[in-house]
Write a protein that binds this ligand. Structure first.
Ligand code: GLA
Length: 388
């Protein structure tokens, strides 16, 4: 977490010398269940100890929002009533969430905000959800008497991505950022929105991320294309089965997918094939975790990587390379984490193999790509909250 003194210093310096309230929201990891959230499936995320810290204060104006991005040393001011909102991409998260909170009935007016983050950008750890839920938490406190529920804040964050940032994402990232609890992963059913906390302390293992430092960018990316593929398959299945309701791939069976294979084409078929498999893998991992069977957890992680790489096609050369090194080093489980197209692998590794794995990955990656992967040890932290 960012030092709050630093945020406060900037807030005082860049505005009128007064202090406000400080809020924090984390990024996330996801053990398994990738690209399943917008398909009505299961995900298995947890909040991390890194995130976005913002100081915010009502400024007494009708609709003037003054923002300072500490890490970028960038200032943007805008009017809430200006329909288009600011052009600067980071400021659109503030504009978007303010508008979405207004839609929920929170009478958001002018405010000042300075914020900073330590979730690596483009690493697949949801720096953008950390911003959305942090700002939502602040606006709910400053203008909404904290009456907006956690779920509504999650949905406001997701709507911000859809309506202001061009990413048709699911709800996993915002959910993890808002609902996270220290030391616990969460299994969320993205269809019913029921979820369970899972204390996660694998004896004798470590969970570590290796950031390929290939930056992923979901806005305007093939991410939305993947989602469209899935929706086309659902439509095709629904057309053949008027007797039942098909909302997402969650409702489709393997047989029904086979029925529409030639109609939807090989690419859409492969995408849906991955999603159906991933739905089953999350459940298998939950069972294995309950039994303390980490070998099965790891095996499923490798299967997910394979599917994300070959069927869903959201990997890249560097991530496949890191995955191969993990295999060579005897790492129990390894896979791409998050949306893909760059970012991190998540690795479940036995403590006694950890050092050799990290050392080998650093050396081999540097030899091949002339840069080091960044090692991020995972600490499962607390969700959105007010600091002071
Ligand atoms: C991104 C999206 C999520 C989810 C993942 C892939 O992080 O924001 O909603 O779809 O990709 O699992």
């Amino acid at each position: 977490m960012i030092a709050i003194e630093e945020v406060r210093k900037r807030f005082i310096k860049h505005f009128d010398g007064k202090t406000g309230s400080i809020y924090f929201s984390p990024g996330r990891i996801n053990l398994i269940g990738e690209h399943t959230d917008y398909n009505g499936g299961f995900v298995f995320p947890g909040a991390v100890d890194k995130g976005v810290t913002a100081e915010m204060r009502v400024n007494g104006t009708e609709d003037m929002v003054m923002c300072y991005a500490i890490d970028l040393k960038d200032r943007v001011d805008f009017h809430l009533n200006d329909e288009k909102g600011p052009r600067t991409s980071w400021a659109r998260y503030i504009f978007g969430i303010a508008k979405e909170m207004q839609k929920l009935g929170v009478p958001v007016k002018g405010f000042n905000i300075a914020f900073s983050g330590d979730v690596p950008l483009g690493a697949g750890m949801s720096s953008s959800a950390a911003m959305e839920s942090c700002f939502a938490c602040g606006l709910n406190d400053l203008f909404g008497d904290n009456k907006i529920s956690k779920w509504d804040m999650v949905l406001a964050g997701q709507a911000t991505e859809h309506n202001y940032c061009g990413v048709n994402c699911g709800i996993m990232d915002q959910f993890a950022s808002v609902f996270g609890e220290e030391g616990k992963l969460m299994r969320l059913d993205c269809y019913s929105r029921e979820f369970e906390y899972f204390p996660f302390k694998p004896e004798g293992y470590k969970l570590v991320l290796l950031n390929s430092c290939v930056k992923h960018e979901l806005a305007g990316s093939p991410y939305n294309d993947r989602r469209n593929s899935c929706e086309r398959v659902v439509k095709a299945v629904a057309a053949r089965h008027p007797e039942a309701i098909f909302e997402t791939l969650r409702d489709c069976t393997w047989e029904q997918l086979e029925e529409v294979r030639s109609e939807v084409g090989e690419e859409d078929y492969k995408r849906a094939h991955f999603v159906l498999g991933e739905k089953d893998r999350v459940l298998a991992v939950c069972e294995a975790l309950n039994a303390g069977d980490y070998e099965t957890v790891g095996k499923k992680m490798y299967e997910t990587h394979e599917g994300l790489s070959k069927e869903y096609e959201v990997s890249c050369e560097e991530l496949d390379f890191l995955n191969d090194i993990a295999k060579e080093c005897g790492v129990t489980g390894s896979r791409i984490m998050g949306g893909g197209f760059g970012g991190c692998t998540i690795n479940l590794v036995k403590e006694e193999l950890y050092e050799n794995f990290i050392e080998t990955a650093r050396r081999k990656y540097a030899e091949k790509y002339n840069k080091l992967p960044k090692v991020i040890d995972v600490i499962i932290g607390q969700g959105s909250h007010k600091i002071c």
